[in-house]
Every structure is written in structure tokens, then in C-alpha cells.
Design a protein around this ligand. Structure first.
Ligand SMILES: Cc1ncc(COP(=O)(O)O)c(C=O)c1O
Length: 448
């Protein structure tokens, strides 16, 4: 971007001053919270939003968030996908209310479990399912199962991936070596020794990594949403699927973010049949839950393994997973929130948003690009969409990104931190999209 550092700094200072003036209560509370919370926040990375003080939420409803200073935001972050179907959809709130009076967690299947399984199988086309509390945990379980079933130690992920705080996947390429992702705290195990990493869209590298038959599982998003939204090139998944089958490597598709693509996810839309399918975050309407599904053949092998393995704890599972409250929310979400009509609204309005951004970028001849996967759009500061994480990283501009986010926030629009992601929910209105577009236009006018 051609903006000089001085003008960026001056603009940032002005916007920070405005934020501080408009958020006295957030500043006061954050300051007091330092007494009891690390850095004043309940999860240490909440300060990575890089605001003068974190926004403190008072209420969230539909696609609108209200903070403790009484300010309202059109929410295009939507809890980084957890609230993809809007905040507190009425059907989820009602299911939670009803279940809340009938037991929250019992470490047993609930009366909703059967229906949840039927709905998952019907929707995603895989017959057998398990529940965890987070997508991180679902991915952890999938990798463990894949290793156990194949008797192979190694896993393969694409460079720049994010599948949660799952150590096995916190690896990346450094030249042609696999290394632990920098920045991790207190990690002593060498997960890089059990991982292979290749660039997304690189079929020869994928084949070279699978050919010796040591890789248990390829874990991948169908579109790399955490690497500037790198889209698969034509035929990539068809060939990658064939390579996994040829070398008897299981293919696990993580749809946690790409559920934005359509009611059955992205893999289903492009005709990609996975061995495992993982969906987290929004699958129970924002109640902490994730699910993973698998083929009938794998289910049979898993049952055999459970029946014949040595006695003792499997090392998988958490006490609260599949609790009655979450299962009630899962059924309500699948049954009456993730509907075709909801997706029609999300996809149409998201297309309006993406087109509006593209028109404004074109009008100013900015070397920027917008990529969409259904309801999810990503702005990247390069002319063409990235094919790999490396290309995406090369285009990152932290100062510009920070400024854009703060500028929009000061005008009542919240976009996803750590990248430029904008998600449209069934509750998002045209007026909210117009507000985002108008604010974006003012931003590019100011920096031009
Ligand atoms: C594709 C993908 N999978 C899994 C996860 C992990 O989700 P959670 O943090 O809810 O465990 C994330 C988180 O951003 C993700 O982007």
C-alpha cells in the first residue's frame, strides 16, 4: 500500500484518541480487571485485538453487539464464526431455556442424542458421529483415531493452517524443513518430528510426502480460511483425494470455518468425500460443541479397535463433552437455524458486501482483493488471491490492518481481528452491510 508511515501513524493516533474518548467504561473496567485477570482479560490473547482497551460486551443479539459504554456495533466478526448464525438465535435460546431446567450435564447420552445423530448424518452424508467440546478437541480426536487405525505416526497439514491450539498441527514450513510454529509458550514436545507440511495447492509435494506410506492422516480445511483465504485450484481436491486413497492416508476435512459455504459445508458442495469431517464453533449455535463424522468402514474399524485394545483410558474425551445442554442446542441449530432460507439470506447479502468492497477497491485502483466462501469474505492487501500461506503472509500489512479495524470500529462496525474477515449471518441486515461499505469507502478516501 502506498500510504506513508507518517500518515498511518497520525491516523492511528487520531482513531485511538477517539476510541479512548468514546469508551470510558471499557477503560475503567479493564484497568480494574487487571487485579484479577492476567492483562485484565480472561484469555490472554484477547488483548491481541490491539485496541487501547478491549471492548467489553454487554449484550449481543442477532448481528448487533452492545458494549458497556452503550455503543452498538454491526457485528461482522460474529465471535470469529462461533455466532455465524447470529447471536442467541431464538430457537437456540428456547432450547437452552427448556433444557436448563432439566439437567445440564450427566456424562450420559441425553434424550436429544439420537436426533442429533440423525440430523448430522442427513446433513453431511457421513453415517457415524462423535461430539467434543471444541473444534480443537475434535481435531485432536481425529488425529488420534487416524494414527491408531492406520498404525502410522505422521500427520500432514498444509503450511499456514490453523486447526485450533492442537500441538500436532502447530507446525510450519521453514524452507523445506518442518518446524514448530514460533511463539508457543511452554511447549517441550517436538511435534514437528511427527508432522509433514506442504504448501497448499502443491500436488507434487503432497504426493512426495505421502508416497512412503507413513502418513496416517491429511488434516485440511477445504479452503484455507486462516491463510488469507487461499482457494483450492481447479482439480486440486480431486487429485489430493485420489492421492490419499492411493497411499491409504485418511483425509480429514475441517469445516469449522467453511460451513459458511452452504448448509452442508464446502466439501459437500465441491463433491469431495472425506474420511473424517470436523465441524466446530457454530455447529450448536455458539454453545461450546464440535462434532466429527466418519464413514461406516471407519466406524467398524474403530469399534473393533475399542473391543480389542488393552484396558485403560483412551486418552481422548473430556467430562463435559456431549452434555445435555449442548446437545439440545445442537439439535435446535441443525433442525431450525441452519436452514436453506437462512443460507439464502447469508449468501445473497454476503455477495452484496463482497461486490460493494470490490467496486470501491476498483474505483480507487487499490491493489487489494476480496475472496468469498459463501457467507465469509476476506480482504487481502494484494492484487490477486493467494494460492498459498506464503503468498498470503507476504501481503500482510499489520499497521494498515490495525488501522482499518479501529477505523471501522469507531464507526460502529466490528470485523474479525487477526485478519480482515467479514461474516454475514441470517440476522445481518442490508443497513449493516451499507454501514460497513460506507465506512470502508471513507477509510480508503482518507488513506488514498
Ligand atoms: C479451521 C479451524 N479449525 C478449528 C479451530 C479451533 O476452534 P476452537 O478454537 O473453537 O477449538 C479453528 C479456530 O479458529 C479453525 O479456524
Amino acid at each position: 500500500m502506498s500510504m506513508t508511515r507518517l500518515s498511518a501513524d497520525a491516523l492511528l493516533e487520531r482513531e485511538q484518541r477517539r476510541f479512548i474518548e468514546e469508551h470510558p467504561e471499557a477503560l475503567r473496567r479493564h484497568d480494574s480487571a487487571r487485579a484479577h485477570w492476567l492483562n485484565g482479560v480472561p484469555m490472554q490473547w484477547m488483548t491481541d485485538w490491539q485496541l487501547p482497551a478491549p471492548l467489553i460486551m454487554r449484550a449481543a443479539s442477532g448481528a448487533t453487539l452492545t458494549d458497556v459504554d452503550g455503543r452498538e456495533y454491526a457485528d461482522f466478526c460474529l465471535g470469529d464464526t462461533g455466532a455465524m448464525f447470529g447471536h442467541s438465535p431464538p430457537a437456540i435460546a428456547a432450547a437452552l431455556k427448556q433444557q436448563a431446567a432439566r439437567g445440564l450435564t450427566c456424562m450420559l447420552p441425553s434424550e436429544h442424542t439420537l436426533r442429533a445423530g440423525e440430523l448430522l448424518a442427513e446433513r453431511f452424508g457421513l453415517p457415524c458421529w462423535q461430539i467434543t467440546q471444541s473444534a480443537t478437541d475434535a481435531n485432536r480426536a481425529v488425529l488420534r483415531w487416524a494414527r491408531a487405525l492406520t498404525g502410522r505416526n505422521r500427520i500432514l497439514v498444509f503450511d499456514g493452517c490453523y486447526h485450533g491450539s492442537l500441538e500436532d498441527t502447530l507446525v510450519r514450513l521453514a524452507g523445506d524443513r518442518v518446524v514448530s510454529r514460533p511463539g508457543q509458550i511452554g511447549q517441550v514436545a517436538d511435534f514437528a518430528a511427527h508432522a509433514r507440511v506442504v504448501e497448499f495447492n502443491d500436488l507434487p509435494a503432497l504426493e512426495a510426502a505421502l508416497a512412503d506410506g507413513q502418513v496416517a492422516c491429511v488434516l485440511a480445511e477445504p479452503v484455507m480460511t486462516n491463510a488469507g483465504m487461499a482457494l483450492p485450484q481447479a482439480d486440486f481436491w480431486k487429485q489430493a483425494r485420489a492421492l490419499c486413497s492411493r497411499y491409504q492416508t485418511l483425509l480429514a476435512i475441517d469445516e469449522t470455518h467453511t460451513l459458511s459455504s452452504g448448509p452442508r459445508g464446502h466439501a459437500h458442495r465441491i463433491g469431495l468425500p472425506p474420511d473424517f469431517l470436523i465441524v466446530g464453533k457454530a455447529i450448536a449455535g455458539g454453545v461450546p460443541t464440535a462434532v466429527f463424522g466418519f464413514t461406516a468402514e471407519l466406524a467398524q474399524r474403530m469399534e473393533h479397535l475399542l473391543a480389542t485394545k488393552p484396558a485403560g483410558h483412551s486418552g481422548m474425551g473430556t467430562t463435559l463433552a456431549a452434555n445435555a445442554l449442548a446437545t439440545a442446542a445442537l439439535v435446535a441449530n441443525l433442525d431450525s437455524v441452519m436452514t436453506e432460507a437462512a443460507y439464502d439470506h447469508m449468501l445473497q447479502l454476503s455477495a452484496t458486501l463482497a461486490d460493494g468492497l470490490k467496486q470501491r477497491i476498483a474505483r480507487r485502483a487499490l491493489p487489494w482483493h476480496v475472496t468469498s466462501v459463501g457467507a465469509r469474505s476476506e480482504l487481502i492487501f494484494r492484487q490477486h488471491p493467494p494460492r498459498t500461506a506464503r503468498e498470503s503472509l507476504a501481503a500482510s500489512d499489520p499497521v494498515l490492518e490495525r488501522l482499518l479495524h479501529l477505523y471501522l470500529l469507531n464507526r460502529g462496525v466490528l470485523v474479525t481481528p487477526f485478519h480482515n474477515m467479514m461474516l454475514v449471518s441470517p440476522a445481518t441486515s442490508r443497513a449493516q452491510v451499507d454501514l460497513l461499505l460506507a465506512s470502508f469507502e471513507r477509510f480508503i478516501d482518507e488513506i488514498a
